[in-house]
Write a protein that binds this ligand. Structure first.
Ligand code: BDR
Ligand code: CA
Length: 315
């Protein structure tokens, strides 16, 4: 099995990423932690608990920091809805919130582990940044961070900044400079990891209560995304499953390709704050700290996702 910790801000595509992880017993999910991003801390922790309970997974869920390091929190309620899950309801959680904070739980889980753990991060990097700052001794226990965030070219919050990095660039800066290897599923690859409106019919055809909830969430996602800054050229009819890439890469890295290079986070730029500056052309001469993904085998990726929805619907 592959030991992982998942740090997220559920979030429609975050719960899709959890679905993929839950469907694969070869992933040993040690811990789930949350932070604000798509919605407030209160709502993202509720969603993580409710969704994990609904999927009948007995995994520790711990609450992280309640706001970005320095920035005022900006949530994406226009994309993920009032409850963060496109108004789709899950029953009240049966799982109890952990009595450890996210940072404590991550630190203790990492230090107690005999093997290295992969950190999957699908939200702003507030918790991971705090962990690496406060407890640098955990670094050698992290195999790599599979991160959904950033972009080499083109943002979705500003012309150049992607949402997760934009929300807490200071935390992202700490993580990108930490020396821990990072695999970045930025918009370059996640915009190619989509499901079409027509393919939503296939999801609905699975026919389980869960599959219908998935289709409803994804319909909400495209509906609202169309009306926001997330609208980009060639967007028509495509629902991007951003966060799923960070889990899919851990399971099947062969579906992806990318380049090793140096990436830094812009903190202050007049126009570019929160941008990941990807040194494709090796101008800085700085060591490669990130594998920047740019391509995914969409058909296989989609098949993997549909299978996960099928498997989890039977629980
Ligand atoms: C990222 O922003 C969030 O809204 C999504 O959950 C994803 O993590 C995409 O830019
Ligand atoms: Ca997310």
């Amino acid at each position: 099995t592959i030991p992982v910790i998942i740090d997220c801000d559920p979030g429609i595509d975050d719960v899709m990423a959890l679905t993929l992880a839950f469907a694969h017993p070869e992933l040993d999910i040690k811990l789930i932690t949350t932070e604000p991003g798509n919605q407030t801390q209160e709502k993202t922790i509720y969603n993580a608990l409710a969704f994990t309970s609904y999927m009948k997974k007995n995994i520790e869920v711990a609450k992280g920091l309640d706001k970005p390091f320095f920035r005022k929190l900006e949530i994406a309620d226009e994309v993920h809805g009032e409850n963060g899950l496109g108004d789709v309801q899950f029953p009240e959680p049966t799982l109890q919130l952990s009595n450890r904070t996210a940072v404590e739980a991550m630190k203790e889980t990492l230090l107690l582990s005999d093997e290295q753990i992969i950190l999957i991060a699908t939200g702003p990097l507030t918790n991971v940044g705090a962990l690496l700052l406060a407890h640098p001794e955990v670094k050698s226990k992290i195999k790599y961070i599979s991160y959904m965030g950033g972009a080499a070219v083109g943002g979705n919050m500003s012309p150049t900044a992607e949402f997760n990095v934009y929300v807490d660039p200071h935390a992202a800066d700490i993580v990108f400079r930490s020396g821990v290897p990072i695999v970045m599923s930025g918009l370059d690859v996640t915009h190619k990891a989509y499901v079409t409106i027509e393919e939503l019919d296939e999801i609905e055809a699975i026919g389980t209560e869960f599959a219908l909830k998935v289709a409803t969430m994804l319909r909400f996602y495209i509906h609202t995304a169309k009306q926001t800054a997330f609208h980009t050229p060639n967007f028509e009819g495509q629902i991007r499953l951003h966060d799923l890439c960070a889990v899919s890469y851990v399971l099947t890295p062969e579906l992806f390709s990318g380049d090793d290079c140096h990436v830094a986070v812009e903190l202050e730029g007049r126009l570019t704050s929160g941008t990941t500056v990807v040194d494709y052309s090796q101008r800085t001469g700085l060591p490669h700290n990130v594998k920047v993904l740019h391509t995914v085998h969409r058909e296989k990726f989609l098949e993997q996702f549909l299978n996960a929805v099928k498997i989890m619907g039977q629980q």
